[in-house]
Design a binder for this molecule. Structure first.
Ligand code: SF4
Length: 199
C-alpha cells in the first residue's frame, strides 16, 4: 500500500482539481443535512454512543486525499500527536479483534468530542444520524433509520425524504474519474486511523 500511496501523492497537480470538485459535493451534502436537521429540530450535541467511536470504513481515494489535505494544515506537533494516536488505535483495534472483543475506540481526530478536521471529514461523518434512503443497483430501495440519539429526540416526526443515492453516485463518479487520471485500479477501504497511520 505504501508504494501506491506514494504514487498517488506524487501526482498532486493532477488530483487537486478533483478535490475541488469533492468540496462541491461535500457542500451539497452539508446543505441537505442542515436542511433536514432544521426540519426535524435535530442538533447533535454528542451522546454516549458517539458516532466518532464507530469504526466506519471509507472507500474513496478522494476522501483519503482530502483528509491528507486537512492534516497538512496542522502544526507539525499536532500532526505528530494525531499520528501517534492513530497508530495506537490501529494497534489496540488489532489486539481487540484477535481476542474476539468488540472495538469501541475513538477516531484519532476526536478531541473532547470535537472533530479537529471537521471541514475535511469524509462523507459518512457528514451524513450519519438522519433517516435516509438508498436505491443501490440491483437492490430494493431501502429506508434506513436515524441514530439512537435521533430516534430518542426526533423519532416521532414524519420522515422527510432524504435520498442519498445521487450523492453516493456523484462521489463514485468523481472517484472513478480521478483514478483514471492517476492511473490506479486498486480499491481503498480504510478507517480514519488507518488513513492517518499510512501517511
Ligand atoms: S473524522 Fe471527525 S467527524 Fe469523522 S469520526 Fe473522526 S472525529 Fe468524528
Amino acid at each position: 500500500m505504501n508504494a501506491l500511496i506514494d504514487k498517488i501523492i506524487s501526482q498532486e497537480e493532477k488530483y487537486s482539481v478533483f478535490l475541488q470538485r469533492l468540496e462541491l459535493i461535500f457542500n451539497k451534502m452539508d446543505n441537505k443535512y442542515n436542511e433536514l436537521c432544521e426540519y426535524y429540530g435535530f442538533y447533535c450535541t454528542g451522546c454516549e454512543d458517539n458516532c466518532c467511536f464507530t469504526r466506519f470504513y471509507h472507500h474513496t481515494f478522494a476522501e483519503y486525499l482530502y483528509m491528507k489535505k486537512g492534516l497538512d494544515t496542522l502544526a507539525p506537533a499536532n500532526r505528530k500527536e494525531i499520528a501517534q494516536k492513530a497508530l495506537s488505535i490501529c494497534r489496540q483495534t488489532s489486539e481487540l479483534e484477535k481476542s474476539g472483543l468488540p472495538v469501541h475506540l475513538p477516531c484519532p481526530l476526536n478531541y473532547d468530542g470535537m472533530c479537529v478536521l471537521y471541514a475535511y471529514r469524509p462523507m459518512i461523518c457528514r451524513l450519519h444520524g438522519i433517516p435516509h434512503e438508498l436505491a443501490l443497483p440491483g437492490r430494493e430501495r431501502k429506508i434506513n433509520p436515524g441514530c439512537d440519539e435521533f430516534n430518542a429526540k426526533c423519532g416521532s416526526k414524519k420522515y422527510m425524504k432524504f435520498d442519498r443515492t445521487h450523492l453516493y453516485a456523484e462521489l463514485a463518479g468523481l472517484e472513478s474519474s480521478m483514478k483514471k487520471e492517476l492511473n490506479i485500479s486498486e480499491r481503498i477501504k480504510m478507517t480514519i486511523a488507518q488513513m492517518i497511520s499510512s501517511l
